[in-house]
Design a protein around this ligand. Structure first.
Ligand code: FES
Length: 85
């Protein structure tokens, strides 16, 4: 079963998230990534489905191509920042 943060969990501070931008959360050693696009913040599990590696770089930064696609730093898979497809 997937380990999700319980309701009400603080995942990070808005001022630490660039717009547009993405970062690993402060919660559970970066188990979630947060994507900011304007007024919308979306959270995704921080695991690439290809080889189950984290989507963040050292220091928590997440590559967000053109503000629209999360890019895995391991082999370059891309995921829509809106719904993860
Ligand atoms: S682990 Fe992400 S693309 Fe391979």
């Amino acid at each position: 079963m997937t380990n999700l943060p319980p309701p009400g969990t603080v995942l990070g501070r808005l001022e630490d998230l660039p717009d547009p931008g993405a970062r690993a959360s402060a919660w559970n050693d970066g188990a979630v990534i947060l994507v900011r696009r304007g007024p919308t913040i979306t959270a995704f599990l921080n695991t690439c489905p290809h080889a189950q590696r984290p989507l963040n770089l050292p220091g928590g930064k997440v590559m967000l191509h053109e503000g629209a696609f999360i890019v895995c730093p391991v082999h370059g898979a891309s995921f829509a920042a809106t719904d993860g497809t």
